[in-house]
Design a protein around this ligand. Structure first.
Ligand SMILES: *Cc1c(COP(=O)(O)O)cnc(C)c1O
Length: 959
C-alpha cells in the first residue's frame, strides 16, 4: 500500500507499475510475495530516467524545424487570433478536454450547452434551420452532403462546381467513387438539371478564387428539377454576406476553424453542417437537442440517436462517431465572446484590408480576376510571378499559386498595417497601406454596397450578448465546466473507448506556435519538424502493430475504417477482382464497421457470435464458403468486442486469406495489445488506430480524434493521396483517393501520441497493456460475486474490458442497465458503456491509468448498487420509487423541503462513505426524457425564460 501513491511524474500513466509484479501474482495466482523483492534498485532509477522535461525539450527541437511564416494561402485555412481566455480556460483545461461524448446528459450539461451554442451560431450565420454539433473537416462535410442528397432522392449523378477548394473536390470525388455516385465537375451555367437525374449540386460561396457570386438562379433551376443544393461557405464572410439560407440552399457546410482555432497544420478543426428542417433526419453526425428532465426542466441531450450507426449500422446516416466537439466548443466560445458586433467588426476589418490590398495591386499594374470578393484575391500579375514569390520569401510570406499560374492572397483577422505594407511591397506597389487607404475615399465599401450585403441579424440570443468581457466569459466557461464529469473527477470506465490519462506533458505542445501556426499547404521545407514527427511516429506505430506503412490522413476511427476498406477495394480492383465486394462483419462489431463498409461500397454480410462472445466459427466457415467468389474482407475486433482474446484469431485470418479476402482489424482495442501482440503478426492486413483512445489524445467531449491506418506492404501503394500537397509516394503507388481535407489529418494532435510513446518506451508500453488487462481482471474478480461477468476467455480471464450482465434485474427488480448507469452518477461516476455490444449490459474498461483505490471505489459503488437492487428484489424497497429509478439525485432534489421517499436523503446523495459532501459531484439535472425530446425536436438555443441567471444556482446552493 505504501507504493499506492498518486502520480509519478513521467510514469504517471503507470500508477500501478511499481507494485505490478506483486499485484499480478496476488490476483492471478493467489500468491502473496514481498513487493520489494520484485523491484530492483535499477527499476526505480530507470523509471525516473525518461523525464518529461527531456521529452518536451526534444519535441521543442523538432517543432523548431517548422518555419513559421505568415501564410495568406487561404483555401479553407486562415490565421486567427485565438482569445487567450479560451486557450487557458478551455483548450488547456483538462476539465474541458478529457470528457467523453455527452451520452450521459445528466453529467454533461456544460458541453451540451456549449455545443448547442455552436449549433445556434451556425444556424444564425448560415440562415439555416438545423445544424449538427460538428463534423471532421470541410472536405468530409461536403462528402457527407453529397451522400445526404443521394440518400434523399436516390439519383446517381452529383454536380460539383469546379471552383470549390481542390481538397473538397478530391474528398467528394473519392467518396463518390466508392459509393457509386457519379460526380460531374462543371461551372454553374453548364449545369443542366432538366433530365431530373441530378441528385444534388455543390458550390462554394465565396468560391476558392474568392469570388462572391449570385447563385439564386442555379438554386431555382436545381429545385425545379428535384435536385438538392449544397453550399460550402465561410462563417466570417457570412457576417457581411447574405447567408445561403436566404437564397434557398438545402445544406450549408464549411469549416469553423477561423473562429478562434489555430491553423494546426490542417487540424483538428470543427466542420459545420446545417440543413433545412425537412432534412434533419438525414443529417450526419451528432446533434444536441432540447428536452426535459424528470422534473420537467428544459435540458439538453444528444438528439435523434436512432439515426446513428450504433442502432442503424449499415443503414445509418453516416459513419461519423467521434467528431470535433472540443473545437466546436472553442468556436462557439469565440462567438459567445465576440458576439454579433464583435464578429461584424472583425469581418469588416478583414474585408477593408482586402479592399486596400486590391486597390494597391491595381495601382501597381496587376489585374484582379474578380471584382466582388470578401477576403481573397486572385491576381493576374503585371510582372513576373517569380519576382513576386522571391520577394514574398524575403519577407517570409506564403501566397497561393493557382494551377493557371495566377496568384492568390487570402487575408484574415490577424492582418496588421505592417502585413499590408509587406504585401504591397511584394507586389511592387510603391505606396504604403495608409496612403492607399487615404486615397480610397468613403465610396469604396466593397460588397457592403452591393445586393450581397447581409441585412438579417444574427446571434441575437442572450447567450451571445452576455459574456463580452473576460471576467464574464471566464466565469461562463467555468460554470459550464463544473456541470460535466471528466477525468479530473473520477474514472470513466467506458468499454471500447479507452478513457485513459491524457498527461499534461503530452498536451503541452498543442499551443506551441511551432505546431499551431502553420498552414497545411506550406511548402514541405517549412514543415520539416512535422515531417520528422510523422516519420518517427510512423516508425513507432509500425513497430507496435507489425504493419509496414501508416497513413495519417483519416481523422477519426470511422474514417480509418472507410480508408482501410477503400485500400482493400483499390487493391482488389488492381488485381482485376472488381467483383469482390462482400464484407463479413460479426454481429458484435462496433456500429461504425458496417456503416464504413457501406461507404466503401461493400455488401455487408453479418456473422453470428457464439455463446462465449467469440465469432461463431462454424457460421463463419459457412459464410466464407457461401461468398468465397465475391469475398472482399472481414472486419474483426481483437480482443473481441466482448472483451475476450479469441484463440482462433490466426485461423480466422488464414481462412479469409485462403478464400481471396483481406482482413480488416478494428484497432480500437490496441490498449490490450501494445507490446504483447501485433495485428500484423497474427494475420491482419490493415487496421485503424484510435490515437484518441490507446495513444492518449483526449476525447474532447466527442473529438478531436485521429484514426491513422496501418497496412501490410501489399496495401501500401493504395494509401490516400492529396491534391494540393504532393505526398511522398512510392513508384508503384496507385492511391485510393483522398480521405480528409488535410494531407495528414489532424496533425497538431499527433505530438500527443508521439510524446506518449517516447515517454513510455517499449518496456513501459508493454507494462501499460499488462496493467490494463490486470486491472480489468481485478475488477471482474471483485464484481463476479455480485454480477454475472458475461464472457471470459478459455482460461477464465477477460482482456482489458469486460461485460456485466444486468439483464436479469429487469425481471427480479424492474431495474435496467440505464438505472444502474444513472445511479452511478450519485456515486460520482460516469457510466460504463451501456447496451453495447450486448443490449441491456454494461461494459467496463478501467485502463492502466487508474490506481487500485479508484478501482475499488468503483467496485464498491457497483456492489452497493447490487445491494440496492437486492432490497427491491426482496420487497424491502418500493419497485418504482427507489434510489435506482429516481437517480440521479440533484442538489435541488436533495434540498427540497418535502422529502417523501421511502429512502433517506443520505442514501440518495451520499450512499457510501467515500462520497463526501466536500468532494461530491452533483448531476445538475434529473433523469432525461429522451422520447419527449425526439418528438419535440429543438436544436437551437431555447428562448431565455429557461435560462437561469448566472447567480441563481449559487444562490440556491448556499440558501
Ligand atoms: C471508438 C471505436 C470506433 C470508432 O472510432 P471513432 O474515432 O469514434 O470514429 C470503431 N470501432 C471500435 C471498436 C471503437 O471502439
Amino acid at each position: 500500500d505504501d507504493m499506492n501513491h498518486q502520480g509519478m511524474g513521467p510514469n504517471s500513466n503507470l500508477m500501478l507499475s511499481h507494485y505490478f509484479p506483486q499485484y499480478l501474482a496476488y490476483i492471478v495466482f493467489g500468491l502473496k510475495i514481498n513487493i520489494w523483492s520484485c523491484i530492483t534498485f535499477y527499476d526505480i532509477i530507470f523509471s525516473f530516467q525518461s523525464g518529461e522535461g527531456e521529452i518536451l525539450e526534444t519535441l521543442h527541437n523538432i517543432g523548431s524545424k517548422n518555419k513559421i511564416w505568415r501564410s495568406y494561402i487561404g483555401m479553407g485555412y486562415y490565421n486567427c487570433s485565438v482569445p487567450q481566455a479560451i486557450v487557458r480556460n478551455l483548450l488547456e483545461n483538462a476539465g474541458w478536454v478529457t470528457q467523453y461524448t455527452p451520452y450521459q446528459p445528466e453529467v454533461s450539461q456544460g458541453r451540451l450547452e456549449s455545443l448547442l451554442n455552436y449549433q445556434t451560431m451556425v444556424c444564425d450565420m448560415t440562415g439555416m434551420e438545423v445544424a449538427n454539433a460538428s463534423l471532421l473537416d470541410e472536405g468530409t462535410a461536403a462528402a457527407e452532403a453529397m451522400q445526404l442528397c443521394h440518400r434523399h432522392n436516390k439519383r446517381r449523378k452529383f454536380y460539383v462546381d469546379v471552383r470549390c477548394h481542390p481538397q473538397t473536390r478530391a474528398v467528394v470525388q473519392t467518396r463518390a467513387n466508392y459509393t457509386g455516385v457519379v460526380i460531374e465537375l462543371k461551372l454553374p451555367h453548364e449545369m443542366d438539371f432538366s433530365g431530373k437525374d441530378i441528385s444534388g449540386v455543390l458550390f462554394q460561396y465565396p468560391d476558392t478564387e474568392g469570388k462572391v457570386e449570385d447563385f439564386t438562379d442555379l438554386v431555382d433551376r436545381a429545385h425545379q428539377n428535384g435536385t438538392l443544393v449544397c453550399c460550402a461557405t465561410d462563417l466570417l464572410a457570412l457576417c457581411l454576406l447574405k447567408p445561403p439560407g436566404e437564397f434557398g440552399v438545402d445544406v450549408a457546410l464549411g469549416s469553423s476553424q477561423r473562429f478562434g482555432v489555430p491553423l494546426y497544420y490542417g487540424g483538428p478543426h470543427a466542420a459545420f453542417f446545417a440543413v433545412k428542417e425537412n432534412l434533419v433526419r438525414l443529417m450526419p453526425g451528432r446533434m444536441v437537442g432540447v428536452t426535459r428532465d424528470a422534473n420537467g426542466k428544459e435540458v439538453y441531450r444528444l438528439a435523434l440517436q436512432t439515426r446513428e450507426q450504433h442502432i442503424r449500422r449499415d443503414k445509418a446516416t453516416s459513419n461519423i462517431c467521434t467528431a470535433q466537439a472540443l473545437l466546436a466548443n472553442m468556436a462557439a466560445m469565440y462567438g459567445v465572446y465576440h458576439g454579433s458586433n464583435g464578429l461584424k467588426h472583425i469581418a469588416r476589418r478583414v474585408h477593408n484590408a482586402t479592399l486596400i490590398l486590391a486597390e494597391g495591386l491595381k495601382r501597381a499594374g496587376h489585374t484582379l480576376q474578380h471584382d466582388l470578393f470578401f477576403d481573397t484575391l486572385k491576381i493576374q500579375c503585371g510582372c513576373e510571378v517569380k519576382e513576386v514569390f522571391d520577394r514574398a520569401s524575403q519577407r517570409k510570406i506564403n501566397l497561393r499559386i493557382y494551377s493557371d499560374g495566377k496568384i492568390g492572397v487570402s487575408l484574415d483577422e490577424t492582418v496588421s498595417e505592417r502585413d499590408l505594407d509587406d504585401l504591397l511591397w511584394i507586389f511592387g506597389c510603391e505606396s504604403s497601406a495608409e496612403l492607399v487607404a487615404e486615397s480610397m475615399g468613403e465610396e469604396t465599401r466593397g460588397i457592403l454596397s452591393t445586393a450581397f450585403k447581409r441585412t438579417s441579424k444574427f446571434l441575437t440570443h442572450q447567450v451571445f450578448n452576455s459574456y463580452h468581457s473576460e471576467t464574464n466569459i471566464v466565469r461562463y466557461m467555468k460554470r459550464l465546466e463544473n456541470k460535466d464529469i471528466s477525468l479530473v473527477h473520477s474514472m470513466i470506465p467506458l468499454g471500447s473507448c479507452t478513457m485513459k490519462l491524457n498527461s499534461s506533458s503530452e498536451l503541452t505542445p498543442i499551443t506551441w506556435k511551432e505546431f499551431a501556426n502553420i498552414h497545411p499547404f506550406v511548402p514541405l521545407d517549412q514543415a520539416q519538424g512535422y515531417q520528422q514527427l510523422f516519420k518517427e511516429l510512423e516508425r513507432d506505430l509500425c513497430e507496435i502493430t507489425g504493419y509496414d506503412k501508416i497513413s495519417f490522413q483519416p481523422n477519426s476511427g470511422a474514417q480509418g475504417e472507410y480508408a482501410g476498406l477503400a485500400a482493400i477495394k483499390a487493391y482488389l480492383n488492381a488485381k482485376g477482382e472488381h467483383h469482390r465486394s462482400v464484407c463479413l462483419i460479426p454481429k458484435s462489431a462496433h456500429g461504425t464497421n458496417p456503416a464504413s463498409a457501406q461507404m466503401a461500397g461493400m455488401k455487408i454480410q453479418p456473422v453470428e457470435v457464439d455463446k462465449n462472445g467469440s465469432i461463431d466459427i462454424a457460421h463463419l466457415k459457412a459464410m466464407v464458403e457461401k461468398h468465397k467468389d465475391n469475398l472482399a474482407a472481414i472486419m474483426i475486433t481483437y480482443p473481441s468486442t466482448n472483451g475476450v482474446f479469441e484463440e482462433e484469431i490466426s485461423d480466422v485470418c488464414d481462412l479469409i486469406h485462403k478464400h481471396g479476402g483481406q482482413v480488416y482489424l478494428d484497432g480500437a482495442n490496441m490498449n490490450a495489445q501494445v507490446g504483447l501482440c501485433r495485428p500484423g503478426d497474427y494475420g491482419s492486413d490493415v487496421s485503424h488506430l484510435n490515437l484518441h483512445k490507446t495513444f492518449c489524445i483526449p476525447h474532447g467531449g466527442g473529438g478531436p480524434g485521429m484514426g491513422p491506418i496501418g497496412v501490410k506492404s501489399h496495401l501500401a501503394p493504395y494509401l490516400p493521396t492529396h491534391p494540393v500537397v504532393a505526398l511522398q509516394l512510392d513508384a508503384d503507388a496507385s492511391p485510393l483517393g483522398t480521405i480528409s481535407a488535410a494531407p495528414w489529418g489532424s496533425s497538431a494532435i499527433l505530438p500527443i501520441s508521439w510524446a506518449y510513446i517516447k515517454m513510455m518506451g517499449g518496456k513501459g508500453l508493454k507494462h501499460a497493456s499488462e496493467i490494463a488487462i490486470l486491472n480489468a481482471n481485478y475488477m471482474a474478480k471483485r464484481l463476479e460475486k455480485h454480477y454475472k461477468v458475461l464472457f471470459r476467455g478459455a482460461r477464465g480471464y477477460v482482456a482489458h474490458e469486460f461485460i456485466l450482465d444486468t439483464r436479469p434485474f429487469k425481471k427480479t427488480a424492474n431495474v435496467e442497465a440505464v438505472d444502474v448507469a444513472k445511479r452511478l452518477q450519485d456515486y460520482g461516476f460516469h457510466a460504463p458503456t451501456m447496451s453495447w455490444p450486448v443490449a441491456g449490459t454494461l461494459m467496463i474498461e478501467p485502463t492502466e491509468s487508474e490506481d487500485k483505490a479508484e478501482l475499488d471505489r468503483f467496485c464498491d459503488a457497483m456492489i452497493n448498487i447490487r445491494q440496492e437492487i437486492a432490497e427491491i428484489e426482496e420487497g424491502r424497497m418500493d419497485s418504482t420509487i427507489n434510489p435506482l429509478k429516481m437517480s440521479p439525485h440533484t442538489l435541488t432534489c436533495i434540498t427540497s423541503p418535502n422529502w417523501d421517499r421511502p429512502y433517506s436523503r443520505e442514501v440518495a446523495a451520499f450512499p457510501l462513505p467515500f462520497v463526501k459532501p466536500e468532494s461530491k459531484f452533483w448531476p445538475t439535472i434529473a433523469r432525461i426524457d429522451d422520447i419527449y425530446g425526439d418528438q419535440h425536436l429543438v436544436c437551437t438555443c431555447p428562448p431565455m425564460e429557461v435560462y437561469e441567471s448566472p447567480f441563481s444556482e449559487q444562490k440556491r446552493a448556499t440558501s
